[in-house]
Design a binder for this molecule. Sequence first.
Ligand code: ZN
Length: 153
Amino acid sequence: MNDRLAATRLLEAGLIEARSVANGQTGVFARVDLAAGTVFTRFLGPDLAWADVPEAEVVYVNSFAPFEWTVPLTLARFVNHACEPNAEIRPDRALATLRAVAAGSELTIDYEWADAALCARFPQHYFWDPRWTFTCRCGSAGCRGLIDRYRAR
Ligand SMILES: [Zn+2]
């Protein structure tokens, strides 16, 4: 994992940066113009059993394999949700742009994403923790409001 982590940090350094946004939160922004399909970070860090995820990390984890929860050590940690996001999480842990993103724009993903194949095979693993629920104010026409479940695909 360390080689992949180092490579991902190099990738991040050229393409993105974390910045403060409203309410004391952090967001991730494009440093340069990004073409559609650009991988700008990966969801890498220790893969833990749910019971071993520290309380402070619960809101940051994501799962890419049954019964494993990844605590991100990369800037993937700070990518915020939007209901019509400009980036996506891929099953291989990459975060990539869905369309061209101009320098200075915030990068967003859909927090209700889950890998459809894994959800179908391991439905008991894909519970939704109530600590992940929040009211979205992304302002898009298709804003779902309450973010409170997986929408596998
Ligand atoms: Zn929204």
